[in-house]
Design a protein around this ligand. Structure first.
Ligand code: 13P
Length: 242
């Protein structure tokens, strides 16, 4: 199976950029790659029904009701969203997404047949203290504690070290490979599922080469570089030629 390339466009695009961006990406939707684009909520209709797959950057913890500014999983489903990023660092840090909130958001995704892309990762302090695996273990056991095992077969994990997101810093390819092994083994021993694990954090066309050689990495979650069309085309070509 091909590698996944997930573009988290964050809050980086204006409508005037979108038409060209989509046209270009659609020209590259072939080969050994599965492209999923996650635009801002308001831009989702522009990205729907295209050659690539459609994801969202967030979902409400609530199902329905008086929640001003929120968007539910059933509303996302209605406009063609098939994937949803959950537990992103920027939502944990800026909007207080806790383990319980992340757990409920995943449940909402499952109930509307949306595949959650769940971000987990250690912060700088954990890394320095050597407690990365302990932290990841805790997250995996807490976030997924009471989820339906069958639903969990439709799940993507993004290993995004918090210190690597938007910082220009990355773990070595050996570290990424070792951590992905750890995550996959833990999912298997705790939940008996084989989960796809992506890497995310400061990926660009210059450093992608190193991570491409990480065999157990099922793909990439790209932030800032993904809204730059030249970068995206380079990244797509590199994955396709790897
Ligand atoms: P950067 O690629 O900008 O570091 O962001 C990663 C990310 O947040 C993907 O979700």
């Amino acid at each position: 199976m091909g590698k996944k390339l997930i573009a988290n466009l964050k809050m980086n695009m204006q409508i005037e950029d979108i038409k060209d961006y989509i046209k270009n990406i659609e020209n590259y939707c072939y080969g050994n790659i599965d492209i999923i684009i996650c635009p801002s909520y308001i831009h989702i209709p522009f990205f729907a029904n295209r050659q690539f797959k459609l994801g969202s950057q967030n979902v409400s913890v609530h199902e329905k009701g008086a929640y001003t500014g929120e968007v539910s999983s059933s509303q996302l489903k209605e406009v063609g969203v098939k994937y949803c990023i959950v537990g992103h660092k920027e939502l944990r840090n800026n909007f207080g997404d806790t383990t319980d909130i992340i757990n409920s958001k995943i449940k909402n995704c499952f109930s509307d047949r949306i595949i959650p892309i769940v971000c987990i990762g250690e912060d700088k302090q954990d890394k320095l203290m050597g407690s990365k695996k302990q932290v990841l273990r805790r997250e995996i056991l807490d976030i997924f504690k009471d989820l339906n095992r069958e639903d969990m077969n439709n799940l993507i994990i993004a290993y995004e070290p918090l210190w690597a997101v938007g910082s220009g810093m990355m773990p070595s390819s050996e570290e990424i490979s070792d951590t992905i092994d750890f995550i996959k083994n833990l999912f298997y021993s705790a939940y008996k599922i084989n989960v796809d694990v992506l890497y995310g954090g400061s990926i660009n066309s210059k450093n992608l080469h190193d991570i491409l050689s990480v065999e157990n990495c099922d793909g990439f979650l790209v932030g800032n570089s993904s809204s730059n069309i030249d970068e995206m085309i380079k990244i797509i070509n590199m994955i396709n030629n790897s």
